[in-house]
Design a protein around this ligand. Structure first.
Ligand code: GDP
Ligand code: ZN
Length: 446
């Protein structure tokens, strides 16, 4: 599926640096390099060259590298030009290459071509973007493993198993008058059971990989004046949110991303929840509920002096989140520090900092399932992958139910749908518009 046009982009980012890299991919790559003044390029050799404009004036000098397809990143002819990392020089070189017949690449277009030419599957291509965006060593390692195909291979293993089951079930359909059991029905059902187990395990690992990539999405919630903004500031270590003692001050949602031992937590400080209130406060409450539905964790901040009143004010909002952590704040104002609380109830003082260490420890556990260093074989994943795995699991459940009722055709169809859902992860079965959305979120030059 070779592309007819040749694309170019600055691959080394927009900022100035010692070395800047331009990357060309497509049939004209080598001839454009010649047009710039490069000597005849030997494959996979470094050539020193002076890069010249149309008038023969030197724009820069540097190194040219030629990787003929298919042994290149994109699978097409690729040329890399390394010059000085000046944005002005790089833009001049880019413009000259466009004069010579290249076209400015869209975001993610190099990776897209690598995918279309079978150099990478879709999950691997996405791992490139995740590796580049990784915020810490653990996330980078996980993305690196996905790029190496660790995640894709596990998806393919389940997919292959499903192929075998489909063959078995579809063969049995041809003997429709025989009962399934005489056709090895017990074996098929055991096979479906095994596929469900592997998928459940894969889903749990992918969910962990998604959290590594996206961070734990935590939302702070609580009645006015409980100390949400103070806690946000204490965790973030800055004066990000405005702290006042007038109830209902925090009307907008403020976002703060903090890192604890390499794990990312997004805190959204929402308007104090209060039934009634003015229109702005009610809008804040509506937003708080919406935020909760997207949250992995609701951090509920209560005034330790009257937690029950706070709990009432929140109503069911915190229950919208997947998980809750209860914070008793202002414990410094109690005659005595609370003793023996549940692991998901933590006593703190945002003002003095007491109890924050314990809160950090608990957040770390919740975010990483306790895996501080990252486990062997840990890979990165995206929400899209998790959703596809969930769909595959649901179709497998349905296949299982249909087999129990000897509905072989329906079971075969569910197995096919489960198989297709897995295919979306690696790109074996992916609609073009989805591909467009995935690659357009990459940065230019990748
Ligand atoms: P929010 O409305 O929930 O965001 O509450 P704020 O963070 O704005 O805090 C309300 C008031 O409580 C402010 O005057 C804070 O200084 C005070 N406050 C917050 N946390 C504590 C605490 O742990 N101890 C004490 N004594 N006061 C606190
Ligand atoms: Zn506040």
């Amino acid at each position: 599926m070779a592309s007819s046009d040749t694309i170019i982009a600055i691959a080394s980012g927009a900022a100035a640096g010692g070395v800047g890299i331009l990357r060309l991919s497509g049939p004209l790559s080598a001839s454009i390099a010649r047009g710039l003044g490069c000597p005849a390029l030997r494959p996979r050799h470094a050539h020193y060259a002076r890069f010249r404009d149309a008038a023969g004036e030197a724009i820069d000098d540097g190194i040219a590298l030629y990787f003929p397809g298919p042994r290149s990143f994109t699978g097409e002819d690729v040329v890399e030009l390394q010059g000085h990392g000046s944005p002005v020089v790089l833009r001049q070189l880019l413009a000259r290459c466009i004069e010579l017949g290249a076209r400015q690449a869209r975001a993610g277009e190099f990776s897209e071509r690598a995918f279309l030419n079978g150099k990478l599957d879709l999950a691997q291509a996405e791992a490139i973007a995740d590796l580049i965006a990784a915020g810490d060593v653990r996330a980078a390692r996980a993305a690196r493993r996905s790029l190496d195909g660790v995640f894709s291979r596990r998806v393919e293993d389940v997919a292959e198993w499903l192929v075998r089951l489909r063959i078995h079930v579809e063969a049995a359909i041809d003997f429709a008058d025989e009962p399934l059991d005489t056709l090895g029905g017990a074996q098929v059902r055991a096979g479906v059971e095994q596929a469900r187990d592997s998928l459940a395990c894969l889903l749990a690992d992918a969910e962990r990989g998604r959290k590594l990539r996206d961070g734990l999405h935590a939302v702070l919630i609580g009645p006015p004046n409980a100390g949400k903004s103070s806690l946000l500031n204490a965790l973030a270590g800055s004066e990000r949110a405005i702290v006042t003692d007038i109830a209902g001050t925090t009307r907008d949602t403020l976002r703060e991303t903090i890192r604890i031992d390499g794990l990312e937590l997004e805190l959204v400080d929402t308007a104090g929840l209060r039934e009634g209130g003015d229109a702005i406060e009610r809008e804040g409450m509506r937003r708080a509920r919406a935020e909760m539905q997207r949250a992995d964790l609701a951090i509920v901040v209560l005034d330790a002096r009257d937690p029950d009143a706070g709990r009432q004010a929140i109503g069911d909002a915190a229950a919208q989140a997947a998980r809750q952590l209860w914070i008793l704040n202002k414990c410094d104002l109690l005659p005595q520090w609370p003793q023996q609380l549940d692991e998901d109830v933590i006593a703190i003082s945002a003002a003095s900092g007491q109890g924050l260490e314990q809160l950090h420890a608990r957040l770390r556990e919740l975010a990483g399932d306790g895996a501080g260093e990252g486990q062997q074989g840990e890979f990165s994943a995206r929400l899209r992958h998790v959703q596809a795995l969930v769909r595959a699991a649901a179709h497998l459940d349905d296949a299982d139910a249909q087999l129990r009722h000897e509905q072989l055709e329906l079971a075969a169809e569910e197995l096919r749908l489960a198989h297709d859902a897995l295919g979306e992860i690696t790109g074996r079965m992916t609609a073009d518009d989805l591909l467009g959305r995935i690659f357009s979120s990459f940065c230019i030059g990748k």
